[in-house]
Design a protein around this ligand. Structure first.
Ligand SMILES: NC(=O)c1ccc[n+]([C@@H]2O[C@H](COP(=O)([O-])OP(=O)(O)OC[C@H]3O[C@@H](n4cnc5c(N)ncnc54)[C@H](OP(=O)(O)O)[C@@H]3O)[C@@H](O)[C@H]2O)c1
Length: 186
């Protein structure tokens, strides 16, 4: 498939790019700084999701988009990225969109990251209102290299990236929360 990855320079986005390339997809990495991706096997497009025209342009002709977008403003709300998700949905129309969000199981740090969680819920609402064929992946705590049992639930970034890519060929559902561990604290 012809895929566009938003947040491709991030810790999880890099795994999305790596695994998508390994799986034979044609990958476009949408990044704010072109030098943040040092690979020759993907098309790198520089831009900011707050730029509606840039988002529309990068999505022209793609089959699907994946987002591992975070925030530029740690622990604070980032309206630009919320707006960016609106831009992505508008440009995608009915095409496939896999969006990485946060589950309720980040409870031990919920208060600290409450604004980021609130932003994710705002972005999910945009996706739900859109025409996109979307899947929302609500992940638990993300780790560098281990998906371990225990509390709080955690998942390696590589594994969540793999799980997101699997959604591309999963039965088409408009909006589905596909990762919500049973032991949710909420
Ligand atoms: N950490 C956890 O335990 C956890 C748990 C569940 C869910 N999540 C969610 O998973 C997602 C990915 O997390 P992560 O740790 O992989 O994120 P990350 O490493 O902080 O990467 C965030 C990505 O978003 C990009 N970005 C931010 N603002 C942008 C803008 N205006 N335009 C274009 N790109 C922009 C960043 O680009 P630059 O490189 O230019 O900054 C970067 O590529 C986040 O939404 C996070 O809330 C995290």
């Amino acid at each position: 498939m012809n895929l566009v990855v938003f947040g491709a320079s991030g810790a999880t986005g890099r795994w999305l790019v790596e695994l998508a390339v390994r799986q034979g997809h044609s990958v476009t990495a949408f990044v704010r700084r072109a030098d943040s991706i040092a690979r020759t096997d993907v098309r790198v497009v520089q831009g900011d999701v707050g730029d509606r025209a840039a988002v529309s342009e990068v999505l022209a002709g793609c089959d699907a988009a994946l987002s591992a977008l975070g925030t530029s403003r740690p622990l604070r709300s980032d309206p630009r990225v919320i707006q960016g998700v609106q831009h992505i949905c508008d440009a995608l129309g009915v095409r496939r969109f896999v969006y990485l969000s946060v589950g309720r199981t980040v409870m031990p740090v919920t208060f600290i990251v409450r604004r980021e969680i609130a932003d994710h819920r705002a972005k999910e609402a945009i996706i739900e209102r859109s025409r996109c064929d979307a899947t929302i992946v609500r992940a638990p705590l993300l780790t560098a290299n281990s998906t371990a049992a225990g509390w709080p639930p955690r998942m390696a970034r590589r594994d969540v990236a793999q799980l997101m890519l699997e959604q591309l060929s999963a039965p088409s559902r408009r909006v589905v929360t596909i990762f919500e561990p049973e032991r949710s604290a909420a």
